[in-house]
Design a protein around this ligand. Structure first.
Ligand code: ZN
Length: 233
């Protein structure tokens, strides 16, 4: 009897040691949730866009997004998201100048911005982005948002900012000083990562007739239909 008890204790200790070893040997730093992985792995190029009029979507749009861990920055899911975020904002049915991860259902700190301040105006992805300085000089201008269809608004923004981010191409952390219209897009998209929409900051919001007509067309084409893999009702 004593031998059996000793054997059981040894077995339990072995299991405890194994699980302990596994957790220290595998500090993967990958903390994507199952829902996030489903979106990251199943999305193919153009992703579903969250809209403020949908209750489940609005909960994502109103949540603060987290930074990617060092390990996540090296993951294939991270690369896929960067690629698909660009494909989504550049999709002819959207024709946006910027997009953020919450707009494709992910509370992760990634945006894509059209660089009006660069030749050929490329749309570039930025991860773990934070605005570290806002110029006190404020200017108001028109803005719209892919997640707030049919509306536009006049929004006051700083005319220049300093951003810190993880550069996907060089795989290093960088800072950049940005001004003009590009700075407005950066502020709009980074706001999304804090759960803030332009309608929260706007001096005025108005119905955009042109956008409404376009929306109707997209709906007829089924562009606003949720894909079958979408996990939220
Ligand atoms: Zn937006």
């Amino acid at each position: 009897m004593k031998t059996i008890r000793t054997a059981i204790i040894i077995m339990l200790l072995a299991v405890a040691c194994k699980s302990n070893t596994a957790s220290t040997d595998n500090p993967s730093g990958i903390t994507f949730t199952q829902e996030e992985l489903m979106i990251l792995n199943q999305s193919d190029s153009v992703m579903y866009l969250t809209v403020i009029g949908d209750k489940s979507d609005s909960l994502i749009l109103r949540k603060t997004s987290r930074d990617f861990t060092d390990e996540e920055l090296q993951s294939k899911e991270f690369q896929t998201l960067a690629r698909n975020l660009l494909a989504t904002v550049q999709d002819p049915s959207q024709d946006g100048v910027g997009i953020s991860a919450p707009q494709v259902g992910l509370n992760l700190r990634m945006i894509a911005v059209m660089r009006y301040d660069k030749e050929d105006k490329p749309i570039e992805p930025y991860a773990n982005i934070h605005i570290t300085y806002f110029s006190p000089n404020i200017k108001s201008g028109p803005e719209g948002c892919l997640s707030v269809p049919n509306y536009r608004g006049i929004v006051p923004r700083s005319d220049s900012i300093i951003v810190s981010y993880y550069d996907i191409n060089s795989k290093t952390n960088k800072t950049d000083t940005i001004g003009g219209y590009t700075a407005i897009i950066f502020q709009h998209e980074t706001d999304h990562l804090e759960g803030i929409l332009y309608i929260d900051r706007a001096d005025s919001v108005f119905f955009n007739q042109k956008s409404a007509d376009e929306r109707k067309l997209y709906e007829q084409q089924g562009a606003y239909t949720k894909p079958a893999w979408w996990p939220y009702n």
